[in-house]
Design a protein around this ligand. Structure first.
Ligand SMILES: CC(=O)SCCNC(=O)CCNC(=O)[C@H](O)C(C)(C)COP(=O)(O)OP(=O)(O)OC[C@H]1O[C@@H](n2cnc3c(N)ncnc32)[C@H](O)[C@@H]1OP(=O)(O)O
Length: 389
């Protein structure tokens, strides 16, 4: 029988990490890497599945906060390192891990990045945010005008001190953005070493530092140079534009790759909008409403007549019930409901990436008054989570 345990000692956490990496077809971390990775194992947040004495499955959370529509910041669990040993798959190991993890979470919301699209819906995670992968032709990318602020290159020691504070100040700018935990920064900082050669520049305007970008440039056998933008945050349009001027005027860069929000206005920066090419749109945020009443009251709503939504949650039945959503907020009520929706799909509409009317058109939800529900849940900016975990 599968038993789920919370891991406490380091040797087991290392085995957990190795099992997850093996499930992803990656080799285990070397000793020097483990010294950094061990900092990402927070007490009480690591679950493993055991068959007898053998560890056969893993999952873990990182504690942080997430921005919801309207700007409130709520406690959030970032779920990661999900893996089941290949000789134990499709026997319910992941299901047991997910049930235990969900029932013990203290945060009202959890998100994850899914390796495959069919895994997590059954556990109540909905596809709540997508991202555009952009390719920019750096040789033709001309931004008219001059920078208005100052961009400076910072050495690794300086950026290690500066970036966590700066990200806290400016990084929580959209629904879906999350704060970063010490272990996240430990791994990011290690990447500035020789192996990955990540470079950071910081922008300052009239009120001080207000933007940063971390990037690396690699060269292929044909001497083509490609820049990968790994981390990018800005507090205002001047910082955003100045940092792009810096990036597109760098020598020896042919192409730039970056992930951007669906509504990022990057094309409009350039004389020729076609230098920005959307190579892909992919799912990014999979969101699980753990405490539906709390999460429905945490966000704000648009202007429309109130709608009553009935939520169904097989794994966490405390969420079952009807909620009246209006421009003034949300509250539990008795029925009748206008719309019936699973907790998975409520997660999909929660940040505003998906509309009720789209789910109705796809025959995924039932009811009426979808236009009013769309207007209530609409958000002025697309969700994004710039923090990979
Ligand atoms: C947040 C992250 O860390 S993402 C990384 C996720 N990890 C990986 O992709 C690593 C490789 N894969 C694995 O380790 C495992 O196959 C897992 C974790 C995806 C699934 O673990 P399992 O123990 O096999 O899942 P479990 O047996 O509980 O399956 C539950 C249900 O999901 C289905 N399912 C599980 N994995 C998949 C999949 N990859 N594709 C489609 N269906 C799946 C099962 O068929 C089962 O359906 P059923 O209830 O209708 O029978």
């Amino acid at each position: 029988m599968t038993e789920i345990r919370v891991l406490t000692d380091e040797a087991q956490c290392r085995a957990h990490h190795g099992l997850f990496r093996r499930a992803m077809h990656w080799s285990p971390a070397e000793d020097d890497k483990w010294e950094i990775i061990r900092q990402t194992y927070e007490p009480g947040r690591t679950h493993a599945a055991f068959e007898g004495d053998e560890m056969v499955g893993t999952t873990q959370t990182f504690g942080c906060s997430m921005v919801v529509p309207g700007g409130a910041v709520v406690p959030h669990a970032a779920v990661s390192r999900v893996g089941v040993r290949a000789d134990y798959t499709r026997r319910g190991v992941l299901s047991a891990l997910m049930r235990e993890q969900l029932s013990t979470l203290s945060e009202p919301v959890a998100t994850l990045r899914a390796s495959e699209g069919r895994i997590y819906g059954r556990f109540g995670y909905g596809l709540a945010g997508r991202v555009r992968f952009l390719r920019i032709d750096a040789r033709k990318a001309v931004i008219p005008g001059s920078p208005v602020g100052r961009v400076r290159m910072v050495d690794p020691d300086t950026s290690d001190k500066l970036l966590p504070e700066l990200h806290t100040a400016i990084g929580l700018d959209r629904p879906g953005q999350i704060s970063r935990w010490p272990g996240w920064w430990a791994i990011h900082q290690e990447r500035k070493g020789a192996a990955e050669n990540l470079v950071t520049v910081v922008h300052s305007g009239p009120d001080g530092d207000d933007g940063f970008v971390s990037y690396k440039v690699s060269e292929d056998k044909d001497f083509k140079h490609t820049m990968e933008i790994e981390d990018f945050a800005w507090a205002n349009a001047d910082a955003w534009r100045d940092l792009w001027i810096y990036l597109t005027r760098l020598d020896l860069v042919d192409e730039i790759h970056v992930d951007a929000a669906l509504d990022d206005p990057l094309n409009w920066l350039f004389e020729d909008p076609r230098v920005v090419y959307t190579k892909d749109v992919y799912d990014q945020i999979w969101l699980r409403l753990v405490d539906v009443p709390r999460m429905l009251t945490a966000r704000t709503y648009g202007v429309a007549e109130p709608v009553v939504i009935e939520v169904r949650d097989e794994l966490l039945p405390a969420n079952d019930g009807c909620y009246r959503v209006s421009p003034d907020g949300a509250e539990r009520v008795e029925g009748p409901a206008d719309i019936t929706i699973s907790v998975e799909l409520l997660g999909a509409v929660y940040l505003g990436d998906t509309k009720f009317s789209d789910l109705a058109a796809a025959k995924r939800i039932e009811g009426s008054r979808f236009d009013e529900a769309d207007a209530l849940f609409a958000v002025p900016v697309a969700p994004l989570c710039s923090t990979f975990f």
